[in-house]
Every structure is written in structure tokens, then in C-alpha cells.
Design a protein around this ligand. Structure first.
Ligand code: FAD
Length: 585
């Protein structure tokens, strides 16, 4: 009698069927039983900051995948269980008689540590583990090796490293058939959740964070009466009213979005990131595929090759294409660069402490006081930042109540919809750190982690370091003005009118600086500019806050503080360039 091949395919970073090398490897085992599995990992459920929009995106992605499985085999679905993978997987492979565990490689620091434990336990249990790269264009460990074992910290380095590897593999086809799971009696896990105490041999209690969750979140998915289904928002304790993003999750959505972009060959060929508007909405000016790359509902290799094929057709037709790094392949290489940097540095990549790649900046020190600036003093001394004031600025930034409409509109768009354009991210990140509030990038990265639907540890951390000029890029002379930068893209202030509706009626002359509008006009346009942002109305009706500081003054303070942090002297001959940014003269 032929020996049974019972395969768990563990979905993590890959909620898709198309172009999945790991799924292909799993199916090529010709399983007698195949179980596509998702385990709720307490690390993500309780330790990561995940806002309602990203939760919703994830559940939509799971539901879509589950449907796709069912379409290929009515006995199938995405089998969802809730417990730390390190403890639940051994129970599952004992109960289900599993012979193979297959998954896509994940090089994030936490995932690597978790997977090492899982692989060791599998080996002890005699379960064969198969791992394939597929989350990135190339195996990022290979990129690191080609970069001399070092973190990739520039586009030149990533380009050189991938040139040594060659082209990414072409996408593999989606499966057309999926084997059966076990009969229901065999799948049933009643009682299994009681087994084991969640403590690994080495004393690590992987479920400890589990216990600190709310009862609702803890509610077992494996217990009697449960059907391994994708939970509803309600079941995981999220109020559906808090989900405000219009951007939907799921492989079928991702493939439709990609197809729509690819069909517009002119858009693909001419795409140059710096020429895409951060103020565009409905439609946005970039592809908005980042959440799908994050959840793996879109394969990055498919994205890459579909774009390359368009560019090749255009080349043959003698039509021009934009080039790296500003074109779409360039964007995907930035993603690759951050993934490889994270893979090389490991866990310290996510913070300043112990991170060899990041410049230490003491965000508590600045080199001029407002009084000195007011008196035109040079100010060679260092001052402690007023941390209470900085905390207030941080909270106002987070809530979109700084009194600078461009910044507030972007932060409110982020909070409501979970996505903002790359240059919008530049604006708000620069403003929070070296170009306004002088607050540590780590605080900002935490807010993005909570709010972004495309939150990707490597890309988020890497870009925050870039924007705060603490790693990757150090032109701190260039600073985004919250007034002139937005105006250049959107002179009518449409983005502001959309996300700060209290300012919707303001004349375009004042839309970026509403505090300059005469009081009679403010009244006429239905909103007074007053207060500190703690309230959105007063006895007269709508109010919008006054700017929380004098931006020009803050820019000077920050620039000097950065010079000091870089030890380049406090009296550089900088000049302001047209778009309101600063460059070294
Ligand atoms: P497109 O311009 O259409 O680009 C296509 C794809 O290329 C994107 O989907 C993305 O996967 C990749 N890409 C483009 N630019 C970058 C970049 N600079 N770094 C890494 N990948 C890039 N991107 C994330 O995916 N997750 C994050 O958590 C994240 N945090 C960021 C934080 C800050 C402070 C900044 C400045 C940028 C951040 N980015 C992040 C990068 C970038 O802003 C987004 O990838 C991009 O805006 C997503 O929109 P899109 O899909 O329309 O991009």
C-alpha cells in the first residue's frame, strides 16, 4: 500500500495561489492529503500594532484565498487555527499524521527566529520541511551574500548585487487542482487545544502574550463547534465602523488591479516616481499594489515580469521607457534593498539601539533656542528639547491637527484609509523628525506600523531611517515645506479639501495657510482658525487649529540640530531652493 503523503501548506506571507514556488513545491509531492493552513500568531495579534484597516485587509485576503481553494476543490478552504505556530503545529502534525510542512521563506527577524524553532520541532517529529523563496524577487539571503555579506544600503549596491544573480525567475502557474484534506472526523481538533502548556523545551513561553489579549481575541478557533473558518471582524473584537479604508484585500482584487495598470502601457512605460502626484486621489497616481505585496496576494515576480514585458514591447516599438531607479522596476528594487538590509542586520534593524547601520541622533538636543533665533543669535550651545512640548507636537501630528493643512490632510488620509502616496509619506516623516518637530523616527514608524495597510517592517523602518537622515541617505539640507511642497502639486488644495473638510470652502490663496485668511473670510467660509487642535468646534461652529509652531523657525532649529548631530558645524551657507526645500549651497 502506498504511504500517505500528508502535507500542511502553511500560508504566512503568501495569501495567493498564483506564482507561489512554495505552493508548487508542496503540490509536486503529490499529496494524498493537503491542508492549507493559517495560524494566528500571538506575536502579530498582540505584539504588533495593527489598526482596523489592516485587520480588515487581512481577513478579506484570507476569505478570498479560502474561496479560491473551494473553487478548485469543494472540500477545501483555508484552514484557520489560533495559537502560536511553535506550539500548535506539533499538535497538528501529531493529530493529522503530517509528513511534510511547506512554506514560503520569510527573512524578517522575528519570523526567522520563529521558523528556526518550528523547523527544529518538525525534524524531531520526523516531519520533512520544505521552504522556498517567493516573497521577494530574489532570495534576499543570496542578495546579502552577493553584497559581501553586508546590508544593502544604496540603490547602487542592490543593483550590483542582483546583477550578479541574474534575472528573477518567471512566475509559475497557479494550480488547477487541489487534493483533498482529511475527512471531517480526521480534521476535527476538539480537545487538542487543551494539550501542552505552550512552553517550549528551552523555557520560552510562546503563548505568554496570548494570555494578555482580551478574551474576545483569545476565543479559541480550534474548539468544539468551530469550523476553522476565517473569523469575522466582530469575532476578533473590531468594530466594523472603524474600518474606513476603501482599499480592498484579496488575490482576485490584486490581480485585477495589476491587470488594469498593465493594460495602460503608456502609464507603465512612462512611470517615474518623482513625477507622480502625492495629492492625487481617486485615482491615486501610483499603483497602490503595496498592500497586496505585503499580504502576498500579489506575487512580486508577476508584477516585475508583467511590467518588463510591457517595457520590452515598447522598446521594440521604439517607444521610450523611464529608467531605474525612478521607474516601476526601480520601485521594486527599493523594496528588495530594504528586505535585504533587514535580513542582513536582523532584529536591531528595527531600532536605533544596537543597530550598526543607523546614525545615532539625540533627538532630545537641539542647538538653538527660539529666543536666540528671534534675536538672530548663532547659537553654538545645545539645549534640551522641551519634551512635553515635543510630545504634544507628536500627538497633534498623529491626529492630523498640527495646523498645517497639507500635513493634517495626509495624516487623516493615512488614519482613514491606511495608505498615502510615497511623497506624502516623505512630507509627514520629514515634518515629524528633522524638518519640524525633531521627534525620533522610531515614534513615527510606530504610528505608520499601526495605520498602514501595506505596513512592511523592512520598508517602513528603512524609509523612516532614510527620511530622518539616520541611514541610507543623508542630505538633511533638503527639507519638505508643509506649505510650498504641497502647493506645487495641488495648487487648488483638493487633497486638503477632501481630508480636512472644515477648510473645504477656503479660497485657494489661503488653503495651505488658513491662519493668514482675514477673520471675516474665515467666518464666511464656515471655519475659524483658532485653538490648539483639542477641539474641532467652538460656540461659533467649526474650528481648525492654528499652526502649532512657526515653521521657518523650526526649520532653522532642526537644520542646526542636524548639522550638530552630523558634526558639520553650525554655520553652513545653505540656500532655499524653489520648491521650499533646502540644499547645501
Ligand atoms: P508604487 O510607486 O506603485 O511602487 C510599486 C511597489 O514598489 C510598491 O507597491 C512597493 O512594494 C514598492 N516600493 C515603491 N517605493 C518603495 C520604497 N520607497 N520602499 C520600498 N518599497 C517601495 N512601503 C511599504 O510597502 N510598506 C511600508 O510599511 C512602507 N513604509 C514607508 C514609510 C515611509 C516613511 C516612507 C517614506 C515610505 C514607506 N514605504 C512603505 C514605501 C512607499 O511609500 C510605498 O511602498 C508606496 O507608496 C506604496 O504605494 P504603491 O504601491 O502605489 O507604490
Amino acid at each position: 500500500k502506498q504511504k500517505a503523503t500528508v502535507v500542511i501548506y502553511w500560508h504566512r506571507t503568501d495569501l495567493r495561489l498564483h506564482d507561489s514556488p512554495a505552493l508548487q513545491a508542496a503540490l509536486s509531492l503529490n499529496p494524498t492529503t493537503f491542508i492549507p493552513l493559517w495560524t494566528w500568531d500571538p506575536h502579530y495579534v498582540y505584539k504588533s500594532r495593527v489598526g482596523p484597516n489592516r485587520w480588515s485587509h487581512l481577513l478579506q485576503s484570507q476569505t478570498d484565498l479560502s474561496k479560491s481553494y473551494k473553487a478548485l476543490n469543494p472540500h477545501q478552504k483555508l484552514w484557520v487555527v489560533r495559537e502560536a505556530p511553535q506550539t500548535v503545529l506539533p499538535k497538528l502534525w501529531a493529530r493529522w499524521g503530517v509528513t511534510h510542512l511547506v512554506f514560503e521563506k520569510d527573512c524578517d527577524a522575528y519570523a526567522r527566529a520563529r521558523d528556526e524553532v518550528v523547523v527544529r520541532l518538525a525534524e524531531e517529529a520526523g516531519v520533512e520541511v520544505i521552504v522556498r523563496s517567493g516573497r521577494t524577487l530574489f532570495d534576499v539571503d543570496e542578495i546579502v551574500a552577493k553584497n559581501g555579506g553586508k546590508a544593502t544600503m544604496s540603490m547602487a549596491q542592490i543593483e550590483k548585487a542582483v546583477e550578479k544573480i541574474g534575472k528573477p525567475d518567471r512566475p509559475v502557474d497557479a494550480p488547477t487542482a487541489i487534493p483533498d484534506p482529511l475527512e471531517w472526523d480526521g480534521m476535527d481538533l476538539t480537545g487538542v487545544e487543551e494539550e501542552g502548556d505552550g512552553v517550549l523545551e528551552d523555557g520560552v513561553d510562546v503563548n505568554s502574550v496570548h494570555r494578555s489579549g482580551t478574551d474576545k481575541q483569545y476565543a479559541g478557533i480550534m474548539g468544539p463547534g468551530r469550523d476553522f473558518g476565517v473569523p469575522t471582524l466582530e469575532e476578533i473584537g473590531i468594530d466594523a465602523g472603524d474600518v474606513r479604508t476603501p482599499h480592498c484585500g484579496g488575490e482576485s482584487v490584486a490581480l485585477r488591479l495589476l491587470a488594469r495598470c498593465i493594460a495602460d502601457e503608456e502609464y507603465i512605460g512612462r512611470f517615474e516616481k518623482p513625477n507622480t502626484s502625492p495629492a492625487a486621489f481617486e485615482p491615486q497616481s501610483t499603483t497602490l499594489l503595496s498592500p497586496h505585496l505585503h499580504f502576498g496576494t500579489l506575487s512580486v515576480r508577476k508584477f516585475w515580469w508583467d511590467v518588463q514585458d510591457v517595457m520590452e514591447r515598447r522598446r521594440k516599438a521604439k517607444k521610450s521607457n523611464a529608467s531605474i531607479p525612478t521607474n516601476l522596476p526601480g520601485q521594486l528594487l527599493f523594496r528588495e534593498m530594504y528586505f535585504a538590509a533587514h535580513a542582513a542586520v536582523g532584529e536591531p534593524f528595527c531600532r536605533t539601539y544596537g543597530n550598526p547601520m543607523v546614525r545615532f541622533i539625540d533627538w532630545h538636543l537641539q542647538s538653538k533656542s527660539p529666543e536666540e533665533i528671534a534675536h538672530g543669535d548663532a547659537g553654538d550651545k545645545l539645549y534640551e528639547v522641551d519634551s512635553d512640548e515635543a510630545e504634544v507636537w507628536f500627538l497633534r501630528w498623529k491626529e492630523g491637527r498640527t495646523g498645517f493643512p497639507w500635513i493634517d490632510a495626509l495624516m487623516r488620509q493615512l488614519k482613514q484609509e491606511g495608505w498615502i502616496h510615497h511623497l506624502g509619506r516623505h512630507s509627514v516623516a520629514c515634518f515629524l523628525t528633522r524638518g519640524g518637530c525633531y521627534v525620533s523616527w522610531e515614534r513615527g514608524a510606530e504610528v505608520f506600523e499601526e495605520m498602514l495597510i501595506d505596513h512592511e517592517t523592512a520598508c517602513n523602518i528603512g524609509n523612516w531611517m532614510w527620511l530622518s537622515c539616520t541611514a541610507f541617505f543623508a542630505q538633511f539640507y533638503r527639507c519638505y515645506s508643509p506649505i510650498t511642497f504641497g502647493k506645487k502639486w495641488d495648487p487648488e488644495g483638493n487633497l486638503i479639501r477632501r481630508y480636512c473638510p472644515e477648510l473645504a470652502k477656503f479660497d485657494k490663496k489661503y488653503i495651505y495657510e488658513p491662519w493668514r485668511a482675514p477673520i471675516a473670510d474665515q467666518r464666511k467660509w464656515g471655519c475659524r482658525v483658532t485653538g490648539d487642535g483639542s477641539s474641532s468646534t467652538n460656540e461659533d461652529g467649526n474650528i481648525y487649529p492654528k499652526p502649532m509652531f512657526d515653521f521657518d523657525q523650526r526649520r532653522t532649529i532642526c537644520l542646526d540640530a542636524m548639522k550638530n548631530a552630523y558634526h558639520v558645524g553650525l554655520h553652513g551657507d545653505d540656500k532655499e531652493v524653489k520648491d521650499g526645500s533646502w540644499r547645501k549651497a
